[in-house]
Design a protein around this ligand. Structure first.
Ligand SMILES: [Cu+2]
Length: 154
């Protein structure tokens, strides 16, 4: 290979690097709503036998600089899915139904046992460990996101 060809290849390589960097910047500034929200670790706690309600947990990461709002959740296996926060009432912790959850830019929302959770009400089928439920999360900016959540004992 001559020196001339090697030089040209290097220029081509540099142009490609610029193109990749430009695309990466465009993706970051364009705020593609499909990649701005990352949902992980979703699961539903196996309900107590005979009870038609269950709790669910997940983590939502807002990777955009602007705030995102979770407006509600739907699940075909439940009549309703409520968003519950835990609040102090005297020396007791009580569940408080939220109309929405706001996640600041670059922040995340973590639902976990003992804290914030989803409440599946009016279950339409008995859920057992190993089952899977489909959830649809409605976001103000990112739109609808559907995911599968396993049912686990803990
Ligand atoms: Cu609750």
């Amino acid at each position: 290979m001559s020196k001339h060809l090697t030089g040209r290849a290097a220029v081509r390589c540099l142009i490609l690097a610029w193109a990749v960097a430009a695309a990466w910047l465009a993706a970051g500034c364009g705020q593609d709503p499909a990649t701005a929200i990352a949902i992980s670790g979703a699961w539903v706690k196996e309900p107590v036998p005979g009870k038609a309600m269950a709790a669910g947990y997940l983590r939502i990461e807002n990777r955009s600089p602007g705030e995102e709002v979770l407006l509600g959740i739907e699940c075909a296996d439940a009549a309703a899915v409520e968003m519950h926060d835990m609040v102090h009432e005297g020396d007791m912790m009580k569940m408080h139904k939220m109309e929405r959850w706001t996640i600041p830019g670059g922040d995340s929302l973590t639902l976990a046992p003992g804290g914030r959770h989803l409440m599946f009400l009016g279950l339409r089928r008995p859920l057992k460990e190993g089952d899977t439920v489909q959830l649809t999360l409605h976001f103000k900016g990112a739109g609808d996101r559907t995911l599968a959540a396993p049912v686990k004992k803990q």
